[in-house]
Design a protein. Structure first.
Length: 324
């Protein structure tokens, strides 16, 4: 399974911690001694979690637990950027090692795993169970301004999937109203490119790789009529009769029935799709090494109509983060 996935958008504005968090006042056991014996891990000074449970989490869930641990110690804090994204179920890439906090006073600084960002610009906030964070739209705009365009695009795609999201025009207006030019043009490009039809972060990243490699951007979630029925595909280049499938491991994790049955059903589906043109499949390995996806699309005859944006492609693997 990839180290990145988009959790479902939930009605609650704040996701709970994925594991119980322990404070010394909640236990008669010396938590520091339990940590020394390997039974507990310390998330922040004075906040612990059961070691086996923590090790069983996926990377973005570990980060969410750490954000909650910080919020327990600092209930007055306003979480922002990746920390707000994790709390709201938006994509989190790689292994973030800092909790991000918004402050209207003082200076931007980093200390002991916490980075404070000074900004006086008003932002929408969400709050639940004593945790406060920058709201989804402003979080997506902050990320689009300050992070690699692939991260900003994935965040904006996830935002646009929300029923309560502002539309692209409103996001452009908000972006234009910000003081200072830092990141404004980068965020505007990401807003114009974002598409809420991208259902997963892998699809968002794939669209970026395709576009930056000089290929035409495909249509998303297209229904292809075949002899065996109508099948919805991730991406489709109609004129070239090419289907693109961005496959994560979740399709075969048992959530859609027994894995063996899911594999057989997918093989049947692909057989009928191939009667309607070429089918290309890829996963995280190919988007992390864009040359592999480029070669696969060239092999099935998809034309590159523009020069690649090499700077974006070369910096993309580092932006996505290393595998665990």
């Amino acid at each position: 399974m990839s180290e990145l996935v988009s959790p479902p958008i939930l009605p609650s504005p704040i996701l709970p911690s994925p594991i119980p968090l322990l404070l010394p006042r909640d236990s008669d056991v010396r938590l520091d001694r339990a940590q020394q014996r390997g039974r507990l891990v310390r998330l922040f000074r004075g906040v612990y979690a059961e070691a086996a449970a923590y090790r069983g989490l996926r990377p973005w869930e570990r980060y969410l637990a750490r954000v909650h641990a910080f919020a327990l110690l600092h209930p007055e804090a306003v979480l922002c950027l990746e920390s707000a994204a994790a709390l709201q179920g938006a994509p989190v890439f790689g292994h973030p090692d800092e909790v991000h906090v918004l402050t209207a006073n003082g200076t931007s600084r980093a200390t002991a795993g916490v980075r404070a960002h000074r900004s006086a610009r008003p932002r929408e906030l969400v709050s639940a169970a004593g945790v406060t964070a920058v709201g989804p739209a402003d979080t997506a705009l902050d990320v689009a301004r300050l992070r690699h365009p692939v991260i900003g695009t994935a965040m904006l795609d996830a935002l646009l999937r929300r029923a309560d999201a502002p539309d692209g025009a409103e996001l452009l207006r908000r972006n234009a109203r910000w003081r200072g030019a830092r990141g404004r043009a980068k965020a505007e490009e990401a807003i114009r490119f974002a598409d809420g039809l991208a259902e997963t972060p892998l699809e968002s990243v794939s669209r970026c790789v395709v576009a930056w490699s000089g290929f035409d951007v495909p249509e998303l979630q297209v229904v292809v009529p075949t002899r065996g029925g109508d099948f919805r595909v991730d991406m489709r280049w109609r004129a070239e009769r090419i289907t693109g499938e961005a496959d994560g491991a979740l399709k075969y994790d048992g959530s859609r029935g027994a894995p063996a049955e899911a594999i057989l059903a997918e093989k049947r589906r692909e057989r009928f799709l191939r009667e309607c043109g070429e089918v290309v499949r890829w996963g995280w390995s190919e988007v992390r090494a864009p040359a592999e996806l480029i070669a696969a699309l060239r092999t099935v005859g998809l034309p590159q109509r523009r020069a690649p944006r090499d700077a974006l492609l070369l910096t993309l693997p580092a932006a996505l983060g290393a595998r665990p």
